[in-house]
Design a protein around this ligand. Structure first.
Ligand SMILES: C[S@@+](CC[C@H](N)C(=O)[O-])C[C@H]1O[C@@H](n2cnc3c(N)ncnc32)[C@H](O)[C@@H]1O
Length: 214
């Protein structure tokens, strides 16, 4: 992926000049030529796990992203390093987590924290404009529905979606593979095309990344 530096089984993103020396979640900072790189922990970020497991999808420098379930900004901060000329609308329903996001966004001005419930995509309509990528990491039983309604509301025609699925949130009685298949059929039934499915096992137990297009 552009903007991601790889060395053996480790990946890094470039800390922007405005954030030199600043860590977001106690990640390692390393010097590489004239750059400062931040190590991206695949045990803390499912996107890092997906990249290390061969994700083909590319996030471009100018991408606009709707990120659902931003938490305290671990993954959002690395995407912020990648989308130098883009923007991330970071939706999170925990006020405490949004306080962290606000702090991070003081320096990282491509992050727009939004205290909101992703179940009600119409409530942040005045803030979020059409995006190139809808990314969702909310482990709830109705996570496919949340993902689909946000795609319908905000994704541009040629945009993509990444859904991080937690098998046990879908149905505890199903084997993980069956739960992923169930989610894929729900997405297909609503007109989305499955581009990739990546099992995150070894980094994140019983989770998969599903990449879709319209
Ligand atoms: C697994 S964590 C996300 C971790 C984060 N994506 C990362 O990699 O750094 C899920 C987050 O979704 C948030 N969340 C749960 N339900 C939500 C909802 N309906 N709307 C917005 N955020 C929600 C939780 O508060 C939690 O912070």
């Amino acid at each position: 992926m552009q903007g991601v530096f790889k060395e053996k089984n480790k990946i890094f993103t470039e800390n922007p000049a405005c954030c030199e020396g600043i860590r977001v979640y106690n990640e390692k900072l390393v010097k590489h030529e004239d750059k400062e790189l931040r190590s991206w922990n695949p045990y803390r970020s499912k996107l890092a796990a997906a990249i290390l497991k061969g994700l083909e999808f590319d996030i471009e420098e100018k991408s606009k992203i709707l990120y659902l379930g931003a938490a305290t900004g671990t993954t959002v901060s690395h995407i912020s390093d990648i989308v130098k000329d883009g923007v991330i609308y970071a939706i999170e329903n925990s006020p405490l987590a949004v306080t962290h996001l606000l702090k991070i966004s003081e320096k990282r001005q491509n992050i727009i924290p939004v205290l909101g419930d992703a179940n009600h995509q119409d409530r942040y309509y005045s803030i979020v404009s059409p995006v190139d990528l809808v990314y969702q990491d909310i482990s709830q039983r109705n996570q496919s529905e949340i993902f689909i309604t946000n795609i319908e509301g905000y994704l541009k025609k040629k945009g993509k979606g990444i859904l991080m699925v937690k098998a046990r949130s879908i149905d505890v009685s199903l084997k993980p593979d069956k739960a992923y298949d169930l989610v894929c059929s729900e997405l297909k039934n609503r007109g989305l095309k499955i581009e990739e499915k990546i099992d995150l096992q070894s980094y994140e137990k019983d989770h998969a990344a599903i990449i879709v297009s319209k």
